[in-house]
Write a protein that binds this ligand. Structure first.
Ligand code: PLP
Length: 393
């Protein structure tokens, strides 16, 4: 069958091949340790689950407005007012089916055929594919490890053409865990203002920071930058709610309104029950991120110290999210592999440790390790990785 051209250019998720292989090995009875997870291993807090049950009992199981229920929009608006001193009105917010669909809808709305979006690598796997699905062209700019994998103003200037429509800033970043400072954001922002480039600010990991760094949105830096920026966020990572699929976008209504129209013909609305659950998450006095942060921070220290002790693996310490992004090129070479992808495959086959190769994030010399799993498993995984590097012939 002749399928649509747009799917022919889609790159299958690189995580899929590894996950499928890990599953196969598990089914054969092997003791596989997975460090591939892109989600917190905590349960959704019970008060959030209770709110969803209550919504069901109260019959709140019908269609909702496409852009989200007013109560949740108001709770989001309030969060941004109190936490970030940013003021948005109701028509400047859209609740979506996860942050992923906020991004998808945004690209559908702002991109014409051939429009370019600057994507700093290492990048989250879905950005380039979503841009392509909207007819756009991802312009990948390799951010350097010595710059903590962050886009520099020179790199941004150098990548701009007369087709550039937007740039993505993801801070804290998946996969690197790095964060932009206020000064760095200001410098990038100035360039975006000068060239009228939309800033897509993906802040989904804002609550998971383990240093004294404070999360700042580029939209906070000036009224003009707020106007230029679309903020993407959601409850998936902050409240361990990945499966509920609630995210949102905030920005000028000229963009949010067509996003809402687009959603009305694609998803209709995010699941009603999940919206009430997210409302409870934002209205609660409890902050589940405090406990999650404590645990993640300890695990980060544990895994970081174990990993940097492995010959041939070099790693800078992340500040946020729940991933390490070490360079494994030397280890792959020492073990006689042509590239890190092959090394990752062999590590899974021989030592039964599943990690994600950096190629999927646009940085093929690297690997991504998620520490959203127990200390025991992290210790065992690091032990096996070290054994593999030292013993593989
Ligand atoms: N943005 C980044 C950087 C992510 O890592 C993820 C999820 O892994 C998302 C967006 C999507 O989040 P959601 O699960 O809310 O769709």
């Amino acid at each position: 069958m002749d399928l649509a051209n747009r799917v022919k250019t889609l790159t299958p998720s690189t995580t899929l091949a590894i996950t499928a292989k890990a599953k196969e090995l598990k089914e054969q009875g092997h003791d596989v340790i997975g460090l591939g997870a892109g989600e917190p291993d905590f349960n959704t807090p019970s008060y959030i689950i209770d709110a969803a049950k209550k919504a069901m009992d109260n019959g709140l199981t019908k269609y909702t407005p496409s852009g989200g229920i007013p109560e949740l929009k108001n709770a989001i608006i309030e969060k941004f007012e109190t936490e970030q001193n940013l003021n948005y009105s109701s028509d400047e917010v859209i609740v979506t089916t996860g942050a992923k669909h906020a991004l998808y809808t945004l690209f559908q709305v702002i991109l014409n055929e051939g429009d370019e979006v600057i994507v700093p690598a290492p990048y989250w796997v879905s950005y380039p594919e979503q841009i392509k699905l909207a007819g756009g062209k991802p312009v990948i700019v390799e951010a350097q490890e010595q710059n903590e994998f962050k886009l520099t103003p020179q790199q941004l200037e150098g990548a701009i053409t007369d087709r550039t429509k937007a740039v993505i800033i993801n801070s804290p970043s998946n996969p690197t865990g790095m964060m932009y400072s206020e000064d760095e954001l200001r410098d990038l922002g100035e360039i975006c203002l000068k060239h009228d480039i939309i800033i897509v600010s993906d802040e989904i990991y804002e609550k998971l920071i383990y240093t004294h760094d404070v999360h700042k949105s580029i939209a906070q830096l000036s009224p003009k930058l707020k106007e230029q920026t679309i903020i993407i966020n959601g409850v998936s990572k902050s409240h361990a709610m990945t499966g509920w699929r609630i995210g949102y976008a905030l920005g000028r209504k000229e963009i949010i309104k067509p996003m809402t129209n687009f959603a009305s013909h694609s998803t209709s609305n995010p699941t009603s029950i999940a919206q009430y659950a997210a409302l409870a998450a934002y209205q609660a006095d409890e902050d589940p991120t405090i406990e999650m942060k404590k645990v993640f921070s300890e695990r980060l220290d544990l895994l970081y110290n174990l990993i940097k002790d492995i010959p041939g693996i070099e790693c800078i310490k992340p500040k946020g999210a729940f991933y390490l992004f070490p360079n494994a090129k030397k280890a792959a070479e020492m073990n006689g592999f042509n590239n890190v992808d092959e090394w990752v495959q062999a590590l899974l086959e021989e030592e039964k440790v599943a990690i994600i190769p950096g190629s999927g994030f646009g940085s093929p010399d690297y690997i991504r390790l998620s520490y959203a799993t127990s200390n025991e498993l992290l210790e065992e995984a690091a032990k096996r990785m070290k054994r593999f590097v030292l013993n593989h012939k």
